[in-house]
Design a protein around this ligand. Structure first.
Ligand SMILES: [Zn+2]
Length: 218
């Protein structure tokens, strides 16, 4: 009887140990950064392969965009990410929203949250906090609310691409998005902005008597 009780106790303890994984002892694998591609993409060495990593939830200006201000900030954003990652190691966390595509985007890039190994700096968030990218709300991700808040703070502080200079007016002021059959214009991160939305300059939108969206307040 005594042994049966003891055995039962041991079984209960073992069940507890094996069904509750310890949260504080996750040892993430660390990878070398090979090079930075642009403001939101870099190459990491994973299992002896160069893997292109697209940072989740952040979008930086494309250098190919035919707009001088955007081009300027594309270089700045790229330089900013180089400053954060060159010669560093990183570890990754994935978002369940991308599980269905095996954490890949349509360009076969790995979708991840990246952390700098030396100090656990959260790279995706840091880009937005310092004003070198937008919160990218076109695709769902767990930290969207936080990232939108970081962007708002960066804009209020005129950081990075939100800083207005004479040579390069802020990107936020130069481009807005609109949808066919509507006279409302939106910011890129607005929930009404989709892959089908078209862009024009804010000046043009105002000249055409378009109205600013009440949700994204462009
Ligand atoms: Zn809007």
């Amino acid at each position: 009887m005594k042994y049966a009780l003891l055995a039962l106790l041991i079984i209960i303890i073992l069940l507890g140990v094996f069904t509750c994984p310890p949260k504080s002892t996750i040892a993430a694998d660390v990878y070398d950064v090979v090079r930075v591609v642009d403001g939101d993409t870099f190459i990491a060495r994973i299992d002896a392969q160069n893997v292109r990593v697209r940072l989740i939830g952040v979008d930086t200006p494309e250098s190919v965009h035919p707009n001088k201000a955007v081009e300027h900030f594309a270089l700045e954003a790229s330089a900013f990410l180089k400053g954060l990652l060159e010669g560093e190691q990183v570890y990754f966390i994935y978002d369940q929203n991308n599980a269905a595509t095996n954490h890949k985007d349509r360009y076969d890039r790995m979708l991840a949250y990246a952390y700098r190994a030396s100090d656990s700096l959260f790279i995706n968030a840091e880009i937005i906090r310092q004003g070198y990218g937008h919160a990218y709300s076109k695709y769902p991700f767990t930290l969207m609310e936080d990232f939108i808040k970081y962007e708002r703070n960066a804009r209020h502080q005129n950081l990075g691409l939100w800083a207005e200079t004479e040579d390069y007016p802020a990107v936020s002021d130069s481009l807005v998005w609109f949808n066919a059959g509507s006279n409302k214009y939106h910011r890129e991160i607005c929930r009404y902005t989709t892959d089908k939305s078209l862009s024009m300059s804010k000046t043009e939108a105002i000249a055409k008597d378009f109205e600013p969206c009440k949700v994204c307040k462009p």
